[in-house]
Design a protein around this ligand. Sequence first.
Ligand SMILES: NC(=O)c1ccc[n+]([C@@H]2O[C@H](COP(=O)([O-])OP(=O)(O)OC[C@H]3O[C@@H](n4cnc5c(N)ncnc54)[C@H](O)[C@@H]3O)[C@@H](O)[C@H]2O)c1
Length: 445
Amino acid sequence: MIKEQIVQLITQKRARIGVIGLGYVGLPLLVEFAGNGFRGTGFEVDEDKASQINAGISYISDVPEGKVKELVDASLLQATTDFAQLGACDALIICVPTPLRKTKEPDVSYILAAAEEIKKQLRRGQLIVLESTTYPGTTDEMLLPMFEETGLKLDEDFLLAFSPERVDPGNPQFQTHNIPKVVGGVTPDSTECAASLYSQIVREVHAVSSARVAETAKLLENTFRAVNIGMANEMARLCYALNIDTWEVIRAAATKPFGFMPFYPGPGIGGHCIPLDPHYLSWKARQHGFDSRFIGLAEEVNSRMPEHVIQLVADGLNDERKAMKGSNVLLLGVAYKKDIDDVRESPALSIIDRLRTKGAEVRYHDPFVKEVRFDDAHTQGGDEPIMSVPLTDDELRATDCLIIVTDHSSIDYKRVCQLAPLIVDTRNALNGDLRRDSKARIIRL
Ligand SMILES: NC(=O)c1ccc[n+]([C@@H]2O[C@H](COP(=O)([O-])OP(=O)(O)OC[C@H]3O[C@@H](n4cnc5c(N)ncnc54)[C@H](O)[C@@H]3O)[C@@H](O)[C@H]2O)c1
């Protein structure tokens, strides 16, 4: 049987692993396989990324450069734009983007493009795993029929599974090897084989009964976050209206040792996952006549946070008899979360756009992000890219209002509090001591 054949290759580490899409998810995964003795090939459409890998260069901060070089030198790791080599791999893992269309409907075109390439090279004895976050049913409704059009048969010739990625960029504690992996095959053989593959590189594999369950589990995880962050954001606005310290409230509630899990408010949600993934679930639900109200509500509350931040800035400037128009506003951080360089869907983009629309002079400092480019959604205030400015004493003194949008660890917040006149802290980056000794007036979310 084909399952035994592939499992044997895997357990003997003779299986050749192909990862399609070498981004935040695909590159760490491929490096993990290669680091465990498998020969790994990365398939990319971006020639620049493929050449960097082959030159031993890492462009993902969680993947150490030395590691890439060591594995490339040992001939365990390579990258290519030549998809004809897909046929040489025994296991193929798809890690391409799954964005939303402007209509907020799932855009599975990248998965389709990757699957078309696989289809051209599909041969007996291959395991295909989809890792890209997607709606329930993608693996068995979309991928399976495509692959069976080749005349090859599931279970007899090839195996197919879904296993969601859970990587948390910038998290030093949890990385690929110690994050449990959920695996759901289209058939029991597919589940077993995919579980055997991942058990080579992660400590714990949790097998489920179908690809749909695995797809839905991933969407539940991220919808859970979106909804709870939405509640924390609503709480922050409620507390602001009542003049109560939200952060102190959450700290107090979090002392309960059961039945409560703290979530924190912020300037809005960002990244490639939390703002997007719940839409994959609600879209699929709508196809079946079901209206997922929590998802809609969370989106509504979360997407209003940048506007709330603008209101805090306007209130702060107003108290100083200043107008937003012509004021110098400095954003501290533009990445969507601390200590990473990712600005995808970052609320900073919306904040910058709104400030510029109101006539503010906007600059930013981010130790991880040298330049911010604006796509169609953020062009009202001009579409020229803006560059990070050095956080000099003069820069801090010259600002009318500084907004802490991302609480990067390397920032000297003490100096910021001594030199900037007005700070809007959207992340509770300034602790009690800093606030007490601050020369700046501080407005907290
Ligand atoms: N970034 C995260 O934290 C995270 C966490 C969990 C899950 N995910 C999911 O994983 C998937 C990938 O996300 P990512 O953050 O790694 O995206 P990414 O944009 O960082 O990387 C995707 C890569 O795929 C390449 N690519 C696009 N089309 C291709 C094709 N047809 N063939 C080969 N390569 C192609 C792109 O050039 C890019 O390098 C998404 O579905 C995402 O939702 C992401």
